[in-house]
Write a protein that binds this ligand. Structure first.
Ligand code: GRF
Length: 201
């Protein structure tokens, strides 16, 4: 399965997907895309000879419409948002309906929505005194962190002393659950039955 990965920062989830290709060899990362002109995740892409593209109006950037045409030409079947911080425009979501997934570092629908990204999430979870957190992979629709949930995994945080400890434990889960879901898409095992997403194991 040909995929594109959208990033904004460090790229550790991109790296986790690239590493997972040892297990699921049918995953081809055709492009890495960012709202940034450069970021550490682009360095990971270049080290793996994967083309990178920046979205925006600055010189050297392409528009979402141009990107859509490019991804269709590359025959990309799945778009993975891995730390991508911008809201995807509605017409782009519609163009790739049910083919865009996102990883969120909390158990949606809790602790999601506009402004809930990175440490903001873990600080909110910490302050709530929640005893579990985790990661969610969901299908992207036009609303932040709102689409149908594909997979979740939780982690005990009852003994944490800081939001940073939560972030560390959740990131380890992200690096497992995101590649797992990409692999299931590659195997054609993610279905929507009676409006509910199921993974056929
Ligand atoms: C992850 O915590 C992810 O859940 C959130 O942004 C972070 C991306 O980290 N959406 P990385 O760039 O993949 O290391």
């Amino acid at each position: 399965m040909k995929i594109a990965v959208f990033v904004s920062g460090r790229g550790s989830n991109l790296q986790a997907i690239l590493d997972y290709r040892q297990k699921i060899k049918s995953i081809d990362v055709e492009a890495v895309v960012s709202d940034k002109l450069n970021c550490p995740a682009f360095e990971i892409a270049k080290r793996n000879s994967i083309p990178v593209f920046s979205i925006g109006s600055k010189e050297g950037c392409i528009t979402y419409d141009q990107l859509g045409g490019l991804l269709e030409e590359l025959k990309v079947e799945l778009i993975v948002l891995a730390g991508y911080l911008k809201l995807i425009p509605v017409d782009f979501v519609k163009r790739f309906e049910n083919k865009i997934i996102n990883i969120h570092p909390a158990l949606l629908p809790s602790f999601g929505g506009k402004g809930m990204y990175g440490m903001n999430v873990h600080e909110a979870v910490f302050k709530s005194s929640a005893k579990v957190s985790g990661a969610t992979v969901h299908i992207v629709d036009p609303v932040y962190d709102h689409g149908k949930i594909v997979a979740q995994q939780c982690v005990d945080i009852s003994n944490v002393r800081s939001p940073e400890e939560i972030a560390e434990r959740v990131l380890m889960i992200e690096h497992k659950i995101l590649p797992y879901v990409v692999g299931k898409f590659a195997e054609g095992k993610v279905k929507i039955i009676n409006e509910r997403v199921v993974i056929i194991d």
